[in-house]
Design a protein around this ligand. Structure first.
Ligand code: NAP
Ligand code: HSE
Length: 429
């Protein structure tokens, strides 16, 4: 085991606590024999004396007695180099590291395929939810149409705590860090990067394309204003940081952004660090997967599921392993990646305007020029003596490129007093 932090400790503890049950399922015992960690003394104090604790990961990776390497240190390097070294030595690798897989997954999976070893990564997406297993194996009959998920526990926790308990953004983030949900650099959580990394992996498995994090449009929750959360609720929507990948006739969409979701959808009511993922397959229809997306033992649950899979298939012919990314390498057919400008979805706008005649007419004329049709609209009642107000509107489906052009024209109007707030909306049917 490389790394003994939140996930490493959780994995060690669950393996220890449930060892008999796990051995009965795996058909043999699974033991942690060696741990590598920077703070050796701290780790030694928490494990049984027969587990060797090393200050260098190489000592574990290069140990001939080690069959399976758990990469639980996180980040890009040295995680990538260590995983490649383990693979080159014919060891199976289990990782929870979506950052590494999103950036270097294609190289790592190629190396694993070349050596006939498993590179398992259930814990890298949606913590304890067995979503990789569901998508890669359970839905294998389907042509996947789209996936939409809450796949970052930290940002969902922050949004929930701000809305339900009135916590400030910073207090909610500190709490998420204290509970072990956040990444070492929490910017990854709150700017949507962690969700985009997980989405890039899901998209690859869903559509049989290489992992391409570069194609992801990424917008986090840091610029979300309280008023928009309130207005969205008034319109019957909740704002969630959604990760969406869709197959369209033109190519594949890959995007993460705050999204208005109808309140009556189950996914709109997923709170705290819980994750939920909707998958639409042509045969099964829409399925929903829900559970804890972060934390020590939920993530350990996924890591150990991989360990048991690897243990069961350890002696199997590599031809009989489930393909790492669901599709046999020769069967993967690339589709073009779409720019976010090509996205077709409906929108929420908030416009700060002068409260005077003709303002609304100017705005709607500009929307009509962009072929953008209004679905609902209301105006905040100005306070006593206030000479400006907010117009809030929902649109029907429109092309993002047309929306951007219309917004630029609207922002140039002298009666529009601030940049237009624009959020995307998904019906998820
Ligand atoms: P963490 O609590 O920060 O633990 C990281 C561990 O790795 C620490 O024990 C650290 O040792 C060790 N480490 C880091 N760099 C090292 C190096 N160069 N050599 C040796 N040891 C090193 O992180 P975590 O939350 O467990 O996350 C681990 C991985 O799981 C990450 O890829 C993360 O994205 C992923 N993940 C986390 C969660 C979650 O809920 N936390 C959920 C799903 C996936 P020291 O403490 O001695 O520095
Ligand atoms: N930081 C991640 C999250 C951990 O909050 O979802 C789980 O991948």
């Amino acid at each position: 085991m490389l790394g003994f932090g939140t996930v490493g400790r959780g994995t060690y503890e669950v393996l220890r606590r449930n060892q008999l049950e796990i051995a009965r399922r795996a058909g043999r015992g699974i033991e942690v024999t060696a741990i590598a960690v920077r703070d050796v003394d701290k780790a030694r104090a928490s494990v049984s004396p027969d587990v060797r604790v090393f200050p260098n990961c190489e000592d574990v990776v290069r140990n001939p007695d080690v069959d399976i390497v758990l990469e639980l240190i996180g980040g890009y390097e040295p995680a990538r180099a260590l995983a490649l070294d383990a693979i080159a030595r014919g060891k199976h690798v289990v990782t929870a590291n979506k950052a590494m897989l999103a950036r270097h997954g294609n190289e790592l999976f190629d190396a694993a395929r070349g050596k006939g070893v498993m590179l398992a990564f259930e814990a890298a997406v949606a913590g304890g939810i067995p979503i990789i297993k569901a998508l890669r194996e359970g839905l294998t009959a389907n042509r996947i149409e789209w996936i939409a998920g809450i796949i970052n526990g930290t940002s969902n926790f922050i949004l929930s705590e701000m809305r339900a308990r009135g916590l400030t953004f910073d207090t909610a983030l500190k709490e998420a860090q204290r509970l072990g949900y956040a990444e070492a650099d929490p910017t990854f959580d709150i700017e949507g990067i962690d969700a985009a990394q997980k989405l890039a992996i899901l998209s690859s498995i869903a559509f049989g394309v290489p992992i391409n994090i570069e194609a992801a449009y990424t917008e986090g929750i840091t610029r979300l204003a309280k008023e928009d959360i309130k207005y969205a609720e008034q319109l019957g929507y909740r704002i969630k940081l959604l990760a969406i990948t869709k197959r369209t006739a033109a190519g594949i969409e890959l995007r993460v952004h705050p999204t208005l979701v109808p309140l009556q959808r189950l996914i709109a009511n997923v709170e705290g660090a819980m994750n939920a993922i909707l998958i639409k397959g042509d045969a099964v229809g829409t399925t929903l997967y829900y559970g804890p997306g972060a934390g020590a033992e939920p993530t350990a649950s996924a890591v150990i599921a991989d360990l048991v899979d690897v243990t069961r298939l350890h002696t199997a012919d590599p031809e009989n392993h489930v393909p790492h990314l669901a599709f046999q390498a020769s069967g993967a057919g690339p589709l073009p990646w779409l720019s976010v400008d090509d996205t077709v979805t409906s929108y929420y706008f908030r416009m700060r305007v002068a409260d005077q005649p003709g303002v609304l007419a100017d705005i709607t004329r500009n929307l009509a020029e962009g072929n953008i049709s209004i679905d609902a609209l209301f105006q905040r009642e100005p306070s006593e003596g206030e000479n400006q107000t907010d117009i809030i509107m929902l649109t029907h489906d429109a092309i993002e490129r047309d929306v951007n052009a219309a917004i630029a024209r609207i922002e140039a109007l002298p009666t529009v007093l601030a940049p237009v707030i624009r959020l995307r909306q998904e019906e998820l049917l």
